[in-house]
Design a protein around this ligand. Sequence first.
Ligand SMILES: N=c1c2ncn([C@@H]3O[C@H](COP(=O)(O)OP(=O)(O)OP(=O)(O)O)[C@@H](O)[C@H]3O)c2ncn1[C@@H]1O[C@H](COP(=O)(O)O)[C@@H](O)[C@H]1O
Length: 156
Amino acid sequence: MALSSGKSTRTASGVKKSRTKKASGKKKVASALLEIEKGQRDRAGDDITAAVLDRLHETVLSRRGTDPSLSHSARLLSRGRKKIAQKFGEEAVECLIEAVAGSANELVSESADVLYHLIVLWVDAGIAPQEIWRELQRREAMSGIAEKASRGEKPA
Ligand SMILES: N=c1c2ncn([C@@H]3O[C@H](COP(=O)(O)OP(=O)(O)OP(=O)(O)O)[C@@H](O)[C@H]3O)c2ncn1[C@@H]1O[C@H](COP(=O)(O)O)[C@@H](O)[C@H]1O
């Protein structure tokens, strides 16, 4: 059967073929978009390093003595060491709850909270992140088991 649609005349099988072609074209576009998005995610992931912790420390440091109504860090710092330590403890407990509950997304979020509050604690104590990085670097050369044994403790 011939179908007439305005200027062009096409057979039914021709229409079916063109619809199938259109659908597979859409699928190709969708899968190409998924590939592009995956590439973007991969690249964004590659760009993210622990340097974000140094930047966060700089930001929190810059909030010391500023208006607590404008900055959460300034508010926390104005409340003193005990309060900061308490907040850090609360965030750590929330983190461990998510670790046990098994929600990876929540664990990521709670881990970020823990790191933020730990950095506020460092700022209050006048500790530079480099001091922690140095200590971690020192430990790189030693296995945890060997270190424990060197203290005369048996591994659990
Ligand atoms: N990473 C964080 C971050 N993580 C968590 N939080 C805040 O921590 C708070 C935790 O809420 P809670 O209710 O547990 O704490 P709270 O309001 O002190 O509650 P109470 O103790 O009063 O009960 C929330 O307000 C979060 O927004 C953070 N606030 C700031 N940062 C970083 O610090 C930078 C500077 O922030 P400001 O200091 O606010 O400018 C920001 O750009 C961020 O990069």
